[in-house]
Design a protein around this ligand. Sequence first.
Ligand code: FE2
Length: 95
Amino acid sequence: MVIFQYFPREFDEILLLVNEEGMSFLEAERTVLDVTHPEIGWWLAETWNLPTELIDGIAHHHQPAAAENHPEIAMLVHLSDILCKMFQMGSGGMN
Ligand SMILES: [Fe+2]
């Protein structure tokens, strides 16, 4: 949502790379912005002083095993992404 809201031109470039080049969202975000949505979310969560459980969940939702302190929330978000994709509810940023 942050990328879509504040970087609409870059968001379109990311979608193009995902849909036309077959990149994952993470690869496309890194290519276009040199930062990924988990990293943006991590920064925002830290800036907003959210609890560490949420920061870990946001920062590591694509790699829950990397969450050092609270992997359970990252695992839940990751599982939610997988279920949404299975039921064709958006992409979950996992393309
Ligand atoms: Fe994601």
